[in-house]
Design a protein around this ligand. Structure first.
Ligand code: S3P
Length: 662
């Protein structure tokens, strides 16, 4: 709550995507069970795709991820060595769980690779106990570096009793998977209980493990039954919306079907302690996990201390809690959270640096941070280091009216919550007189082929100082990856092409939304002739169009954008604040297109030929490119591009002023 004039009201229903920890395990356990398991509600995010890809590379029958599919498990022994390295992307859970599995499969070898962030993360924590059991693990990096790339050699393993100095569900899970794969007994003890999804899910699959006061014991020679699973919503993702509601002035958010496993609900306890109103509705047990709907409303937020045994129960939510602390009155201290330094980024350093950049008093502690909060407006630029949870935590702060926060890499939310920006836009969406301050402005520019949509949109974005989204760049990015994965385009299906989608995220540059591939810009290859030849094949696939539209919508929910393309004002952004439909006489469009293509003035015969082609294309496109009913049509036949851009900018400024109440 900042001392704002108009109250900031949240309302609506949010259904966060499936739990990430449970989704990884659902795929792995379904793959290694004997028989079919139906999986519903799995998280379709980049991290979970990495686990699906790793399992497929070892011979598991994992279909394309969707809301409801069946995995035909062929038993743990059916897994073979992958032909090439397992690409774990940004996912620590994929790496550590899969490494445990491979370690217990005698004779199998797998090389693990990941992005720059994952490659920095410590793997000795699993390598040491797995080596003690008898596996061989080699780190390929510099001397002393215990990160990826890493090669794991499966061996016959012996039993282990491992006393971990820290609570870690990934270490526990890795050792249990090694035990299951090798048939050896495993006991893991922890100072506090780490999240216990592995235990719950294996018990449901008939594995005879025992949960003790301080850990878990897996007897030797266990088999897994195939069991159907429904993945509840992720409490870590839900926390962003619980925090948003807590920070509002009025209203409430219903956050549905959230996993309320007590090893995961620390953040809710902290938010309650700080003053948020949180009720739980419709509580029940689904697939061995307690699930319920959270009803969260604002409160007068005050500082708190977060530490000790509470930390493992809220470790992934600490970035969001630190942001809430920045708005809560008093000094919040987070301690005993040294683990934050080895997450997707050094979250202690990154949180403190970003909070300071916004004007908040904050300091690093060796194992946590100190934040002095107050109700005030924050402004500045956030550097996420590609860390999804930082992007979302600051995204929530940025959604509060009065705050002006830009985020360098909003697209990195694809790791755990691909639809985060859309859900955030829904939660703060303007309804009659509700807060409209931070609702991003979307200007949709549509029109037939060669109407100059793209260059106009780019120019308008420049003048308005907002971001231009070129949906074509997303088609190009996925075409490039499809070409690399399957060099013969005749074999492409929408599913095969989309299997690459999780490798694509996007970030904001000064004036555009830039697709990234595996975290890197590959603009030149994307614009190359090989991609140009195949991009229309991909753009015709309905499922791929849907995926591109989702990316474009996410960008439009994250920041002010000018978007051009087919269907933009109808299917993609039906509620865009301003829709412009550009038309021009076919002769004039043909002339402009030829000047661009040939770099000279075309003659009349050339224009006539191109005009015919354009008219034919128009009739093919007729259904697709009808203007939205509320679009403003601009005939550009006899106006210069400058004049046309000026008109759109004037319309956009008027729309922006109206929306922002100036
Ligand atoms: C996870 C365990 C936790 C958590 C991570 C997911 C899991 O990590 O932070 O996001 O699914 O097992 P640690 O095991 O390193 O504590």
């Amino acid at each position: 709550m900042t001392g704002r004039a108009a109250p900031f009201v949240v309302h609506g229903i949010i259904r966060p995507p499936g739990d990430k920890s449970i989704s990884h395990r659902a795929l792995i356990f379904a793959a290694i069970a004997d028989g079919p398991s139906r999986v519903r509600g799995v998280l379709e995010s980049a991290d979970v795709q990495a686990t699906a890809g790793a399992l497929r590379a070892m011979g598991a029958d994992i279909p394309a991820l969707s809301d409801d599919f069946v995995v035909n498990g062929r038993g743990i022994a059916s897994l073979h060595s992958p032909e090439s390295a397992l690409d774990c992307g940004n996912s620590g859970t994929t790496t550590r769980l899969m490494a445990g599995l491979v370690a217990g499969l005698a004779g199998r070898v797998a090389r693990f690779e990941g992005d720059a962030s994952l490659s920095r993360r410590p793997m000795r924590r699993i390598a040491a106990p797995l080596t003690d059991m008898g596996a061989r693990i080699e780190f390929e990096g510099a001397e002393g570096h215990d990160g990826l790339p890493m090669r794991v050699h499966g061996m016959p393993l012996s039993a282990i009793t491992f006393v971990n100095a820290h609570a870690s569900a990934q270490v526990k899970g890795a050792l249990i998977l090694a035990g299951l794969a090798s048939g050896s007994g495993v006991a893991v003890q922890e100072p506090q209980r780490s999240r216990d999804h592995t235990e719950r899910m294996l018990l449901a699959r008939g594995v005879q493990l025992t949960v003790t006061d301080d850990g878990v014991v897996l007897p030797p020679a266990q088999t897994l039954n195939a069991v159907d699973v429904v993945v509840p919503a992720d409490p870590s993702s839900a926390t962003f919306f619980a925090a948003l509601a807590a920070l509002a002035d009025a209203g409430k958010l219903r956050i549905e079907q959230v996993c309320l496993n007590p090893t995961r609900t620390g953040a809710l306890d902290v938010l309650r302690r700080m003053g948020a109103r949180i009720a739980v509705d419709e509580e029940r047990v689904v697939g061995g996990e307690p699930v319920g709907t959270l009803v969260v409303g604002p409160g007068v937020l005050t500082a708190t201390a977060i530490g000790g045994a509470e930390i493992p129960r809220c470790i992934d939510e600490l970035p969001m809690l630190a942001c809430v602390a920045a708005m809560a009155v008093g000094e919040t201290r987070i301690t005993d959270a040294g683990e934050l330094r080895v997450k997707e980024s050094d979250r202690i350093r990154a949180m403190v640096e970003n909070l300071r950049a916004l004007g908040v008093e904050a300091d690093e502690l060796p194992d946590g941070m100190r934040i002095v909060g107050a109700r005030r407006a924050l402004s500045g630029h956030v550097v996420t280091h590609g860390d999804h949870r930082l992007a979302m935590a600051f995204g929530v702060l940025g959604a509060l009216p009065g705050n002006a926060i830009t985020i360098d890499d909003p697209g990195c939310v694809a790791v755990s919550y691909p639809t985060f920006w859309q859900d955030l836009a829904v939660a703060v969406a303007p309804s009659s007189e509700r807060s409209v301050g931070r609702t991003p402005l979307v200007i949709a520019i549509d029109g037939p082929a060669a109407s100059g949509k793209s260059s106009t949109a780019q120019w308008v974005a420049q003048l308005l100082q907002v971001h231009h989204v070129d949906s074509g760049a997303f088609y190009r990015a996925i075409t490039l990856l499809a070409l690399e994965a399957h060099p013969s385009p005749e074999t492409w299906t929408a599913e095969r092409v989309l299997a690459q989608a999780h490798r694509i995220s996007w970030r904001l540059t000064e004036r555009s939304v830039l697709p990234m591939i595996d975290g890197a810009v590959r603009d030149e290859e994307m614009r190359g002739s090989a991609v140009t030849r195949q991009v229309s094949r991909v753009a015709q696939m309905a499922l791929v169009r849907q995926w591109v539209n989702d990316q474009v919508r996410a960008a439009g929910a994250a920041t002010d954008v000018v978007v051009d393309g087919r269907d933009i004002g109808t299917a993609v952004f039906p509620t865009a604040a301003l829709k412009v439909f550009l038309v021009a006489d076919p002769w004039e469009r043909a002339r402009r297109r030829l000047i661009q293509r040939l770099g000279r003035r075309p003659n009349d015969a050339e224009i006539a030929e191109e005009t015919e082609a354009l008219v034919a294309r128009d009739s093919l496109d007729a259904a697709q490119s009808a203007p939205a009913r509320d679009a403003i049509t601009i005939d550009t036949t006899i106006v210069t591009q400058e004049e046309q851009v000026e008109r759109i900018v004037a319309l956009a400024k008027a729309t922006r002023d109206r929306l922002r109440g100036h």
